[in-house]
Ligand binder design. Structure first.
Ligand code: DGY
Length: 325
């Protein structure tokens, strides 16, 4: 008998084809996130689920899934999964690191360049028919080249962002709980600084830390006040790392110059205060959303699930503790 797997949201044909070779698949191809109760009902008789960051995998759901062996997230971030609850039930949890680093770094850079050169403002200006001709002082932006880039979180994506900075002749500083090796620092031409120093020195602050209780509101009013009034903040990691109310206030008052945001608190119902601001570039959580990368993420998740259900240790296991039960 093949193991039973639930795929909670729409995926690609090849993802389903691969899963179907190894599993009996129940796929929700509507691409609407299942409500908690419907998700629990569909998970009840499953050995595995392939889910996305819009699915809340908590202790209540796991308690209703007695056969479950693996929760395979189609994302690198996994703050939607209660990992401790998975450990308690010896359920493996997996994610999709690596395949999305470059696409996510590209998007962080898109936001940096877009916010620095006010690209959404100027596009709106043209579309609304307001452009009457060239002027010397028109739409003055901020230089990215030769500026100081501060990266908070120097994991794989942070490093991919830093690599791109070399082409712009930027000075790169970073803050990470653990310093990266001297070799990586040398390759990236990046120096470790304290979090406070990073906030004070950087022209661009890019957040790339995972969301957790420790990083909740890592950037709030006090941190924004430490940044340069000309600084630009980029959040390409997770909503909740920034206190959105404090950021809206800082953007309104000019505490910092601008922001570029791919993620928000309470997505998709973001704080509408952002919509009234010109000095923010907004994107709907598309950091990893290129055709190739999203296909690779879905296939990575499928392979993680199949490995776990065929007696292997999945390549991207988050919780080795689940195996020790
Ligand atoms: C991730 O992988 O965590 C991304 O946010 C999904 O796009």
């Amino acid at each position: 008998m093949k193991p039973k797997v639930l795929v909670t949201r729409e995926v690609f044909d090849e993802t389903l084809a691969y899963l179907s070779e190894h599993c009996e698949v129940d796929a929700n191809q509507d691409d609407i996130a299942l409500a908690a109760d419907a998700l629990a009902q569909r998970t009840h008789d499953k050995d595995g689920i392939v889910c996305s960051l819009t699915d809340r995998i908590d202790a209540t759901l796991l308690a209703r899934a007695p056969r479950l062996k693996v929760v395979s997230n189609i994302a690198v971030g996994y703050n939607n999964i209660d990992v401790a609850a998975c450990n308690a039930r010896a359920i493996m949890a997996t994610n999709t690191p690596g395949v999305l680093d470059d696409s996510t770094a590209d998007l962080a850079w898109t936001l940096m360049l877009g916010a620095a050169r006010r690209i959404t403002e100027v596009e709106r200006y043209i579309r609304e028919g307001d452009w009457k001709g060239w002027r010397l002082k028109q739409w003055l932006g901020t230089d990215v080249h030769h500026a100081t880039l501060g990266i908070v979180g120097m994991g794989r994506i942070g490093q991919a962002i830093a690599r791109r900075a070399q082409g712009f002749d930027m000075r790169v500083v970073y803050h990470n709980r653990k310093r990266v090796s001297e070799e990586i620092e040398r390759k990236l031409n990046a120096s470790w600084v304290s979090f406070d120093e990073l906030l004070k020195q950087s022209d661009f602050v890019v957040l790339q830390v995972p969301y957790s209780p420790e990083t909740h509101h890592l950037i709030g009013a006090a941190e924004l006040a430490k940044m340069k009034p000309t600084a630009i903040l980029i959040n390409s990691t997770r909503g909740g790392v920034v206190d959105d109310v404090a950021l809206i206030d800082a953007l309104r008052k000019g505490t910092i110059r601008a922001a570029g945001l791919d993620v928000f608190e309470n997505e998709p119902n973001l704080n509408r205060g952002f919509l009234a601001l010109d000095n923010v570039v907004l994107a709907p959580h598309i950091g990893s959303s290129t055709e190739a990368t999203r296909r690779a993420m879905a296939m990575t998740a499928a392979k993680n699930a199949v490995a776990a259900l065929t007696g292997m240790t999945p390549p991207n296991l988050i919780n080795a503790d689940a195996l020790r039960k």
